[in-house]
Design a protein around this ligand. Structure first.
Ligand SMILES: NC(=O)c1ccc[n+]([C@@H]2O[C@H](COP(=O)([O-])OP(=O)(O)OC[C@H]3O[C@@H](n4cnc5c(N)ncnc54)[C@H](OP(=O)(O)O)[C@@H]3O)[C@@H](O)[C@H]2O)c1
Length: 320
């Protein structure tokens, strides 16, 4: 008889508790008993049927979403020798059109190298809140943007889930950081480590020329065309969305020394280990609210409310 587990299905109108088969870890994989998860903009894109949602999750039924997780190893596939059952781990389930799992479930399986040991002093909820946003930020600025110590970066959306972590991570990469946010987030963005904060409600963040080595457009609102002037020669504009503005930017950048890139976050153990150390060391991630898994609907709604400040955490263990 197939063993089943509890999971939350997300439909267009609501969420519902479902029983689905417990996944079995294959060779080189681990199974994680999820303690905490966190909400991203991705859920809304999949649930609404937006085009971008097709690249984030499979159109399965029941549709179990959620990508961030922290939890404990519960089973180990052949060939995994450096983790044991009971070990605390964290990570990000891959965004992919073929993704059939979700972290709004009791268990997920992943390749061993898509998880990292969770530092003991980082709570499960903090690790879950940080996983996707922090890895996206690190890879956007360091890998796609080639941001190096001593260089200057502009983080647009610095009060958001990705942006707040981008500010702290850019500082830890040794960069000079300018954050763009709204008035209510100025103090928090400063506390995250920004050298300069531009309140976009009272100043124009796009004024100036050749000021930055990297512009990281976390909410994908500005476009390459608008930001190229802000970049130094050889500098890079990085966006988070594969939209029409990206295509235009990629074409325009062929005729310029200023580069245009799109970050697609990848689950990497080495990056999680690096970020885990930073979280232990005080990398700032603000938690807006905590919701038990049986109140997932409220958590998903909270993600889209105007007053949200930081990450929406879902307590999966014990919340059924
Ligand atoms: N490609 C990938 O791998 C990847 C990975 C993770 C996330 N993402 C995407 O990244 C995006 C951001 O995610 P998130 O979690 O950071 O969202 P979030 O928490 O909602 O933050 C978005 C931030 O953008 C700011 N913003 C909105 N409109 C703006 C504008 N016109 N000018 C300047 N700032 C503006 C908002 O602040 P104010 O409006 O208050 O100023 C908010 O703080 C989402 O679309 C998500 O899907 C992509």
């Amino acid at each position: 008889m197939t063993e089943t587990m509890r999971a939350m299905e997300a439909t267009r109108d609501d969420v519902a508790l479902v029983e689905v088969p417990v996944p079995t870890p294959g060779p080189g994989e681990v199974r994680v008993n999820v303690a905490s998860a966190a909400v991203n903009a991705a859920e809304g894109k999949v649930i609404s049927g937006a085009f971008a949602g097709r690249f984030l999750h499979a159109r399965t039924s029941p549709r179990v979403l959620g990508w961030d997780f922290a939890g404990t190893i519960d089973a180990i596939g052949d060939g995994v020798t450096d983790l044991a059952t009971g070990d605390a781990v964290w990570g990000h389930l891959a965004f992919a059109g073929s993704q059939r799992q979700g972290t709004y479930a009791e268990y997920v399986t992943l390749p061993r190298d898509a998880v990292a040991a969770k530092p003991a002093d980082v709570p499960f909820e903090v690790a879950a809140a940080a996983a996707t946003c922090a890895m996206t930020s690190l890879q956007a600025m360091r890998d796609y943007g080639r941001l190096a110590a001593g260089q200057k970066v502009l983080v647009i959306g610095a009060g958001g889930g990705v942006g707040e972590l981008a500010v702290g991570i850019a500082k830890r990469l040794g960069a000079h950081v300018t954050g763009v946010c709204s008035t209510g987030d100025v103090a928090r963005v400063k506390a995250a480590g920004a050298n300069v904060v531009i309140d976009r409600r009272s100043a124009d963040p796009y004024a100036g020329e050749s000021a930055y080595n990297v512009v990281f457009d976390t909410p994908a609102v500005a476009s390459y065309g608008r930001c190229a002037r802000l970049l130094r020669p050889g500098g890079t504009y990085v966006t988070t969305l594969p939209d029409g503005a990206l295509i235009t930017g990629l074409i325009r950048s062929q005729f310029s020394s200023r580069r245009c890139r799109f970050v697609q976050v990848a689950s990497k153990r080495a990056d999680l280990e690096l970020i885990g150390g930073w979280l232990s060391d005080g990398l700032q991630v603000t938690i807006d609210s905590r919701h038990e898994i049986n109140a997932l609907g409220a958590a998903l709604r909270r993600q889209t409310e105007p007053g949200r400040t930081g990450r929406v955490v879902v307590e999966v263990a014990g919340g059924w």
